[in-house]
Structures are given as structure tokens and as C-alpha cells.
Write a protein that binds this ligand. Structure first.
Ligand code: GTQ
Length: 345
């Protein structure tokens, strides 16, 4: 490939003239911004063990009252992006949030989209747009852009969940802000129950719901049952996976990040092809080994790892007798909308 001219090749007075006028020569940086064949990625394969996070999160519960935190979260930051930038990948933010019994994380709404994957504990709930969503292990709860949300806890033990937000992207776009609100009035109606059965949707006087986000809570019991029946129906099927969708449109549940649940059969090794979006893997049940570029992570329940885009990932169920279940978040909806989505096999 042709070597391009360097900045140092230019006379200092010419460089000074450019700088003074807020001008930059492209050619010294052309290869950096348009590298050959494969993008430069700061996202490093990184794994966070829940066993390491939990004691520090509980300690945060002692050190910082909820009033001083609003959201008591330890951010799972990818060192490749710089810890202070709080990115798991270019577009994804991950955080482990702790809510103690009796605590309340006050109502707010913001431009980034969020989801919560419940990791541990009973009795907490999130109220989203007036709908009170119970939080149980493995449930996925949406808090899409612009919807009021607050977290409460009527149980007896700490509750922990994984937050996945498109905050890095929205922040990069200079579009990230929040508004604080009053405690929401809970309105009757539970989208998770109305949309709990595939193939039928609520219809009032022949009108379908006009809500942008009709379903806010996806119970793990339902997603797991769907995966188990798929696996039983089709023993030869390699990828046993469901996508969390908007049941009115059939499209992705949220606009920017995609969410999936994957079942690995006992002892199964599954190679996921190299696709352009970065991915996050979180173990809901079982023991899984993830091979990502040069890293091999042995993961157990509640552990989380991330993979850069354009790389194949191999997942292996380490248990020869029981299925494993993995929650996946990725940047696919964003890549498809931008027209940069690729599957390189
Ligand atoms: O629970 O609303 O991890 O606003 C980061 C920002 C959680 C939340 C995060 C948030 C929240």
C-alpha cells in the first residue's frame, strides 16, 4: 500500500497557517480514519465476574446512601476505551445496579435507551411509564428513550440488576440529557401479561395499540419456555435463540441495541459468525466458556463479557448434562439502520 505523506513532511510555517485557520490536512490521518479492510476497534474482549463485583457493590451500599447516588451503579468499563469513558463497546454501556430493601431510586427520564436484566434478589420493581414491572431473575425490562422510570424495593434482601444502555452513542451524538420527575402514579394494565402469548395481540374496537413500546417486561419464565420448546421441537437446530421484539411491529424491542436469549444444549459448542456489531454476553443460567479473539473466559451465572465487532465468538456449554442460557446485547439495530451491518461468516 502506498505510504502517504506525514505531517512532519510539511514545512512548519505551512502547518502553522493551517492551524491558525482551523484547517487540517487529511492525508497524514487518512489511513487512521479509513484503515484497510477491518476497522480499528478499541473494544477489548473483557470479562467481569459477578463474584468480584458483588462484594464491592454491597460495600457501595454501605458507603453511599441512595440519596447520594440516585442510581447506585458500578460501571463495567472496557479498558480499551479508557475506564473514565464508561463504555463496554463504542455504543454500549453496562452497569451493575444495587437497590437495598426499602430504597427508592427516584423518577427520571432521559434520551438514552436502557434495559435491565435482573441478576439477583426478589421484591424490587421498576415503574416505567406508569406500569409497575416486577423484577425477577432473568427478566428483561425496557426503559426506552423518554419514558419515566424509577426503581423501588419492597423485599428483604439486596436486589442487583445489569443495566445496558446506548449511552456512549447518544452521548457522542451530543444528545444525552435527563429530566427529574415526581413519583409516578401507577396505572392499571400490564403489557407483559397482555402480550405474554405469541401470535395474538390486544385489539380494542379493531384498533391495535399505538404505544411505541407496548411491552416493557419480558419474563424470563416465558423466554426460557420458548427456548426449551424450540430445542425440543428441533433437536438438530444448532442455534436456539430468541430475539426480544416489539410485539406490535415485530421489530427490535428498542431502536439502537438488540437483545436476545440463547440456549446452549448440554455440552454444545456454538460458533457465532464474525459480524460488524460488538456484543455483550451475560450468563443467566449455567457455565459457559467464551472464546473471543485471543481471550478465553470461563463464565458462571451472572458473569458478563464483551466482544468487539468483526470477530467470531465461540461459546461452549461447560456442563455436559444441563442447558446453559445466555443473554446477549448487541449493536445490530444501529448497524442495520446505518447500513454498515456485515456478516463476514
Ligand atoms: O436506572 O435509570 O446504569 O439513568 C445509568 C443511568 C441506570 C437508571 C444506569 C441510569 C440508570
Amino acid at each position: 500500500m502506498q505510504e502517504l505523506g506525514r505531517l512532519e513532511d510539511l514545512p512548519q510555517d505551512y502547518r502553522d497557517d493551517l492551524k491558525h485557520l482551523n484547517l487540517v490536512p487529511l492525508w497524514p490521518s487518512l489511513r487512521a480514519v479509513l484503515p484497510p479492510k477491518v476497522p480499528t476497534r478499541q473494544t477489548q474482549p473483557t470479562c467481569w465476574a459477578y463474584q468480584d463485583i458483588k462484594p464491592l457493590l454491597l460495600k457501595a451500599g454501605d458507603l453511599t446512601p441512595i440519596e447520594k447516588a440516585e442510581r447506585r451503579v458500578l460501571v463495567l468499563a472496557n479498558p480499551g476505551h479508557g475506564l473514565e469513558n464508561m463504555k463496554a463497546s463504542a455504543a454500549m454501556y453496562l452497569g451493575m445496579q444495587l437497590l437495598l430493601p426499602g430504597e427508592w431510586a427516584p423518577s427520571h427520564r432521559h434520551t438514552p435507551n436502557a434495559v435491565r436484566m435482573i441478576v439477583e434478589g426478589e421484591g424490587a420493581y421498576t415503574t416505567v411509564g406508569g406500569e409497575k414491572c416486577p423484577m425477577r431473575r432473568g427478566d428483561l425490562i425496557l426503559t426506552p428513550t423518554g419514558l419515566w422510570h424509577e426503581h423501588g424495593h419492597d423485599g428483604t434482601d439486596p436486589v442487583v440488576w445489569l443495566d445496558v444502555l446506548d449511552l456512549p452513542l447518544v452521548y457522542y451524538m451530543e444528545a444525552s440529557y435527563h429530566i427529574n420527575g415526581e413519583r409516578q402514579t401507577v396505572v392499571p394494565g400490564r403489557g407483559d401479561q397482555q402480550y405474554a402469548r405469541g401470535g395474538v395481540v390486544p385489539t380494542s374496537v379493531f384498533e391495535r395499540s399505538k404505544k411505541a413500546y407496548p411491552m416493557l417486561r419480558y419474563a424470563w419464565t416465558d423466554a426460557k419456555a420458548a427456548l426449551e420448546s424450540m430445542a425440543a421441537d428441533n433437536p438438530a437446530q444448532e442455534t436456539v435463540q430468541v430475539t426480544y421484539i416489539n410485539p406490535e411491529t415485530g421489530g427490535d424491542a428498542e431502536n439502537i441495541l438488540g437483545f436476545y436469549a440463547l440456549m446452549l444444549r448440554p455440552g454444545q459448542t456454538l460458533r457465532l459468525p464474525a459480524r460488524s456489531p460488538a456484543q455483550v454476553f451475560h450468563i443467566i443460567e449455567g457455565q459457559v466458556q467464551a472464546h473471543i479473539v485471543d481471550s478465553t473466559f470461563r463464565m458462571v451465572e451472572a458473569d458478563t463479557c464483551c466482544a468487539p465487532g468483526y470477530e467470531a465468538v465461540t461459546l461452549k456449554n461447560l456442563n455436559a448434562h444441563q442447558a446453559a442460557f445466555v443473554f446477549i446485547a448487541d449493536e445490530s439495530p444501529l448497524h442495520r439502520k446505518l447500513g454498515v451491518y456485515e456478516n463476514r461468516g
